[in-house]
Write a protein that binds this ligand. Structure first.
Ligand code: JHZ
Length: 438
């Protein structure tokens, strides 16, 4: 069975799950095709609200091996995201109480043998965040289930390309983050005397992808130092609802988080969320700080809970209204692209994002309406978008295509993408929150 049907809430186990959005059956967003003839398997997309703890979640869970073993998404393609990671490393540094000269510089760490990092990043992708921590002087380690991010393989490829840099020594292990795997990672490493130092575990854009959240947090619990800090970041559900970001709903994202259900989940797993911050990245994300240690809970936590209450995010009516707006945006996008096509004008897309691929499938966009999708990720180039079968190409020759319209499928990086298309004299189509042509 490639997917299972969810009958109880992922957090509180309640069977009171109310379906509020149904987007049909679509292919997996990151399963890009090698040829337009290749078939894509389709799976339903339905979102349900737990009427007891207010967790929004998909009605099915697709086998994680099918989705994550080979992952074409590379976080470091975006400069905006890299800048965000740099900010994160710098913001967190004072909380960690790390001496100016990191221990691994003095001890001349042997990267191949046993050592223990200060920063461990779960689902580290291509090491985008860890690179920033390394620059700040930390010992780092990444884990990620995608085989294409295994550090040994990446290093081999870079040695062949001649593009190897010192930051390529970031060790990345291929594994899912579970309690059992966390224990294994720990026993394979020695712990130098940390003294007053605090360890850090980070997890950007991965909590939403995890089915067994208890097992995941169990791993965090065993791996964290007594006073260590766990920092997780993910898109915040109120932004999705308020700004019609329904394209971020796809099979990989099993949960859509409010703070309230998370506080409960963390508490049940021996962790306390003591601070929360908001960032504009990916259409509006939150960064939560948690620990086994009882740090003082900051005012930001209470404020966010009050905000969720005031916005009626614990009430099903809010979600039903959102469903109506989604239908309108999908319809507007379809009409917009169909009209442009009929008028004989050329449309190119920028950013073969998972959300863009999902958006095109949800809205019924036809192959001939978009000439090609440009993407700067090497692993995506030469492939075809699942469902819509549009070729994904690199940016060489983008200018010469002289498109009348460029649709920004990665609208969250709107400024960066528009700056790269400085030569474009036509229009840009921004599909979210409302279809707009500028
Ligand atoms: P982007 C990802 O979703 C994946 P996606 C993941 N599932 C997740 O949780 C969310 O992020 C938060 C390209 N691009 O980041 C790169 C350029 O070509 O919006 C990407 O293919 N040139 C883990 O895939 C795409 O656009 C550029 O200059 O929806 C952006 O995808 C820039 C800036 C981007 O996320």
């Amino acid at each position: 069975m490639e997917y299972k049907i969810l009958t109880n809430c992922r957090i509180c186990k309640s069977p009171n799950l109310h379906k509020y959005l149904s987007l049909g059956e679509v292919p997996l967003a990151n399963s890009l095709l090698n040829s337009p003839e290749q078939e894509s398997k389709k799976y339903p997309i339905e979102v349900m609200l737990c009427l007891d703890c207010s967790l929004s979640q998909l009605s099915i869970v697709v086998d994680q091996k099918v989705m994550f073993s080979d992952y074409p998404y590379h976080s470091s393609v975006s400069q905006t995201f890299k800048d965000h990671c740099r900010e994160m490393a710098r913001t967190i540094k004072p909380m960690l109480n790390i001496p100016d000269r990191p221990y691994w510089m003095d001890n001349n760490i042997d990267w191949e043998s046993k050592w223990f990092p200060t920063v461990l990043d779960i689902a580290c992708n291509d090491g985008c965040l860890l690179r920033e921590f390394l620059e700040e002087g930390y010992g780092v380690l990444g884990v990620d289930p995608a085989e294409n991010f295994n550090s040994t393989d990446m290093l081999k490829k870079k040695l062949e390309d001649g593009t190897v840099e010192y930051t390529d020594v970031i060790p990345i292990h291929t594994m899912y983050w579970t309690k059992k795997n966390a224990e294994e990672v720990l026993t394979s490493m020695t712990r130098p005397n940390f003294g007053e130092r605090r360890s850090l575990i980070t997890a950007q854009n991965v909590l939403a992808h995890v089915d067994d959240l208890e097992d995941f947090l169990g791993g965090v619990h065993v791996a964290l130092e007594g006073n260590g800090i766990f920092v997780a970041e993910f898109p915040y559900l109120p932004n999705l609802i308020e700004n019609n970001q329904f394209d971020t709903i796809y099979h990989e994202h099993l949960s859509y988080f409010l703070l309230k259900p998370l506080i409960r989940l963390f508490k049940d797993n021996g962790l306390q969320i003591f601070k929360v911050e908001q960032y504009p990245i990916h259409g509006g994300s939150i960064r939560i700080y948690a620990s086994k240690y009882a740090y003082d809970v900051q005012e930001s936590v209470r404020q966010m809970l009050d905000f969720e209450e005031a916005k009626e995010l614990y009430s099903i009516e809010t979600y039903t209204r959102f469903g109506d707006r989604v239908l309108r945006v999908m319809n507007d996008l379809k009409m917009c692209l169909e009209n442009i096509y009929e008028s004989g004008k050329k449309v190119m897309a920028y950013g073969a994002s998972a959300k863009g691929i999902s958006l095109m499938n949800y809205s019924g966009i036809k192959r001939e309406w978009i000439h090609a999708v440009v993407d700067d990720t090497q692993d995506k180039q030469g492939k075809f978008t699942p469902g819509t079968l549009i070729p994904i190409i690199n940016s060489n020759g983008f200018k010469d295509e002289a498109a009348h319209f460029i649709i920004l499928l990665a609208w969250n990086f709107r400024q960066e993408l528009m700056a790269k298309c400085w030569w474009h004299s036509g229009y840009f189509i921004i599909p979210i929150p409302e279809v707009s042509v500028i």
